[in-house]
Design a protein around this ligand. Structure first.
Ligand code: ATP
Ligand code: MG
Length: 256
């Protein structure tokens, strides 16, 4: 059956906001929800997806796809979670790819999975703009500090200017230490909803260091729970309530 993928770009203003962490964990969480997901590293100049996922050498990358499309099947790495990944080449070899071609290649890939999640470059340089062009839906990741929010707003405006569909904001590395913008202030500023609040959590740093997504490395951590909740929101899955659990327990024959 030919399905049409949702192509979701994970963007920010500032670098280091948590795009790769979000893209990787969202990809694994959606896979665990039974969805078929391809995670694409479109941050071709400073790629990190393979580092977050513990991938070593991969023979083909997004750069090969952009240069020579028939490589697509060989460029897909299957992570132990079932998530499919198209990494970027982080060698310092000469030559650049025509990043403007990203859209054409992603659209060719778009029949094969429920989601294509694109981990994007920060800011609004050519790499980020090519990803914006290639995606149909967007997540904007920001930290709760004023400069990060101000830069994220520029990205938001760039997406709005092409009438892009914004799924919502993800506020990452939340400390609640009194020196941060509050959720309501951020939502009012963007006039968009926050659909994920991820606390500053050492489990994420441990996960990155161990090259395992935090939802696998520390599944019960606050950050892992936040990413699972984000995936459920995007997929439209309602969290199970106590009455759901009691209903299933008491009336097992009524379970679908
Ligand atoms: N919720 C969190 N709690 C603690 N540390 C975090 C959290 N999210 C991300 N980090 C840390 O912040 C660093 C940057 O995160 P990440 O690589 O996801 O950002 P990015 O937006 O993709 O960066 P870049 O713009 O360079 O691509 C990582 O090393 C990660 O360990
Ligand atoms: Mg990144």
């Amino acid at each position: 059956m030919n399905i049409m993928s949702r192509i979701v770009g994970v963007l920010s203003g500032k670098g280091g906001a948590g795009k790769t962490t979000t893209a990787v964990n969202l990809g694994v969480a959606l896979t665990k929800l039974g969805k078929s997901v391809v995670l694409v590293d479109s941050n071709v100049n400073t790629p990190n997806v393979s580092l977050h996922l513990g991938m070593n050498f991969t023979p083909f990358t997004i750069q090969d796809i952009i240069e020579n499309e028939p490589y697509i099947p060989q460029a897909i790495f299957i992570h132990e979670s079932g998530l499919r990944v198209i990494p970027a080449d982080f060698s310092l070899k000469d030559g650049h790819v025509d990043i403007g071609e990203l859209k054409n290649h992603m659209h060719k890939l778009a029949g094969d999975s429920d989601y294509i999640i694109m981990d994007c470059a920060p800011g609004l340089g050519p790499d980020a703009r090519a990803a914006i062009d290639a995606c149909s839906e967007f997540l904007i990741v920001t930290n709760p500090e004023t400069p990060a929010v101000a830069d994220a707003y520029k990205t938001y405006k760039a997406i709005k200017s092409i009438n892009g569909k914004i799924l919502g904001l993800v506020v990452n590395k939340v400390n609640n230490d009194g020196y941060e913008l509050q959720a309501g202030e951020i939502e009012n500023f963007f006039n968009e909803s926050i659909i994920g609040i991820v606390p500053e959590d050492k489990s994420v740093r441990s996960a990155v260091q161990n090259r395992v997504p935090v939802i696998i490395h520390r599944p019960n951590s606050k950050a892992a729970k936040a990413y699972k909740k984000l995936a459920m929101h995007i997929e439209g899955v309602r969290p199970r309530t106590l009455s759901d659990i009691l209903f299933e327990f008491l009336k097992p024959d009524r379970k679908k």
